[in-house]
Design a protein around this ligand. Structure first.
Ligand code: SF4
Ligand code: SF4
Length: 180
């Protein structure tokens, strides 16, 4: 039989030698390996206390932007949903009522807007397709959850709060095509 690599070892059930029955040399060798790794440079970091620097083009959790007056930019045109290759976006459009001009910038808005983060592949095509600069991918990480339903993000998680605005200026330069 041809071996896939030369690292395979033939295992036999031959009786252990005296040194092997002592176990101490094997324990010592194991501790030496541990000690050796203690002084090596670590490739891991203590997340979330420590975080790696992301590339400017990193695409993480989405944000639905508000304008400078706090009105939602999204007009529920559905272009992001059509562009999404993973069919991760769903929304229900509604007409803006008189008196709601301070809430929604356009006459039509997304009454519900949901992204299934388990489907999303963070390609950024929704951001590219949006004609209203309403949706952007950010450098925020989608947190882990235990239930599948918890990965369906609604407006409560996606629309930015005016108290904690999300800076997307870098994405406006790197995430968009230069001819736009
Ligand atoms: S980033 Fe890509 S996969 Fe995710 S919602 Fe947007 S278009 Fe869909
Ligand atoms: S996020 Fe943009 S593309 Fe998607 S529905 Fe809203 S306005 Fe249209």
């Amino acid at each position: 039989m041809e071996h896939l690599s030369n690292r395979s070892k033939v295992v036999s059930d031959k009786p252990m030698t005296f040194m092997e029955r002592l176990y101490l040399p094997a324990i010592f060798a194991g501790m030496m390996t541990t000690l050796k790794h203690l002084f090596r440079r670590h490739n891991t970091i203590k997340y979330p206390e420590e975080q790696r620097v992301f590339a400017p083009v990193y695409r993480g959790m989405h944000v639905l932007k508000r304008d400078e007056k706090g009105r939602e930019n999204c007009t529920a045109c559905g272009l992001c949903a059509v562009a999404c290759p993973a069919e991760a976006i769903t929304m229900v459009a509604a007409e803006r009522k008189p008196g709601e001009e301070n809430l929604y910038r356009e006459e039509k808005y997304a009454e519900t807007y949901e992204i299934n983060m388990l489907r999303c592949i963070f390609c950024g095509l929704c951001e590219e397709a949006c004609p209203k600069e309403a949706i952007f991918l950010t450098d925020r990480i989608v947190p882990t959850e235990f239930e599948r339903d918890d990965f369906i993000y609604g407006k409560d998680l996606l629309v930015e709060s005016m108290d904690h605005r999300i800076d997307i200026t870098k994405r406006q330069h790197t995430g968009k095509r230069s001819d736009k």
